[in-house]
Ligand binder design. Structure first.
Ligand SMILES: NC(=O)c1ccc[n+]([C@@H]2O[C@H](COP(=O)([O-])OP(=O)(O)OC[C@H]3O[C@@H](n4cnc5c(N)ncnc54)[C@H](O)[C@@H]3O)[C@@H](O)[C@H]2O)c1
Length: 262
């Protein structure tokens, strides 16, 4: 791809997840010096680390619960103490909540969506920006969704968190630019990950996905690699003049105005 990640220390949260593990592998493949892997789940994290190391990459694994300010602060401290710097943060961690009717949304579902998608983005952004500001800057990358563009049934907390995250990214981009820190959002449409497969369980339903999800002009759902490539680009020096943006990786779904010709 020709991007420049050499010498960069990269941290991926949700690194055991469908998107996070591929982001971590691509960052290593593009020459990152060390890829730090953080997740709630220890076992898949070890598998991801072993696979990256088998391909010649260098990793560090950190088990972390990012659902609270304390958990986020602990991760910042562990990275600062262990590595002294961070060049790139990619926050992909996500709660596995199933869609639920708005009138029946439990308080804890709402709270968990806001906690991991919005609050953790603020806590990690603030903590790592302080570290980056002292070491010459860096890149903060967060994961939005096509839910930043509109509402989806059964996903009020998720949609609110991802839309609020877009505002947070814009505010951080403006405020952190003088400290040499770029802040961007990558917003996928449907991605073929275990998270998605939990909802669309059989192959037949997967094949008929156009009936389940707003269709994409590119006529397929995203692979984790599609999403990881966007993160790798935004993390790289090639994207040095890009900040405060929401890069939609949705196959064109969000810009398609359907007409009777479709
Ligand atoms: N898969 C999709 O269709 C899709 C579409 C749009 C946006 N996204 C976004 O992409 C990102 C990644 O999604 P995914 O499909 O890889 O999800 P995933 O469920 O496969 O992975 C999420 C990871 O987050 C970890 N995690 C959960 N709670 C945590 C916590 N409290 N602290 C630390 N880690 C925690 C899980 O252990 C898991 O490894 C999410 O932000 C999601 O909202 C996904």
């Amino acid at each position: 791809m020709g991007v420049q990640l050499t010498d960069k220390i990269v941290l991926v949260t949700g690194a055991a997840g469908g998107v996070g593990r591929v982001v971590a592998a691509q960052m290593a493949a593009e020459g990152a010096k060390t890829v730090l892997l953080a997740d709630l789940a220890p076992e898949p994290l070890s598998e991801v680390a072993a696979s990256i190391e088998a391909s010649g990459g260098s990793t560090g694994s950190i088990v972390a619960d990012l659902g609270s300010s304390e958990g986020c602060a602990e991760l910042v401290t562990r990275v600062a103490d262990g590595y002294g710097r961070l060049d790139v943060l990619v926050h992909t961690a996500a709660v596995p909540n199933a869609p639920v009717d708005f009138l029946a949304v439990p308080d804890e579902v709402w709270a968990s969506e806001i906690a991991l998608h919005l609050n953790a983005s603020f806590y990690l952004g603030r903590g790592f920006a302080a570290l980056m500001a002292g070491t010459g800057g860096g890149s903060l990358l967060f994961t939005g969704s096509i839910a930043t563009q509109g509402g989806a049934r059964g996903m009020a907390g998720y949609t609110a968190a991802k839309t609020g995250l877009l505002g947070l990214v814009r505010a951080m981009a403006v405020e952190l630019a003088p400290r040499g820190i770029r802040v961007n959002l990558v917003s996928p449409g449907a991605v073929d990950t275990p998270r998605y497969r939990r909802r669309i369980t059989d192959d037949e339903a997967m094949a008929g996905l156009r009936d389940h999800f707003p269709p994409a002009p590119l006529d397929r759902i995203a692979t984790p690699q599609d999403v990881a490539s966007a993160f790798v680009f935004l993390a790289s020096d090639s994207a040095g003049y890009i900040t405060g943006q929401n890069l939609l990786v949705d196959g064109g779904t969000s810009v398609w105005i359907r007409t009777p010709n479709d």
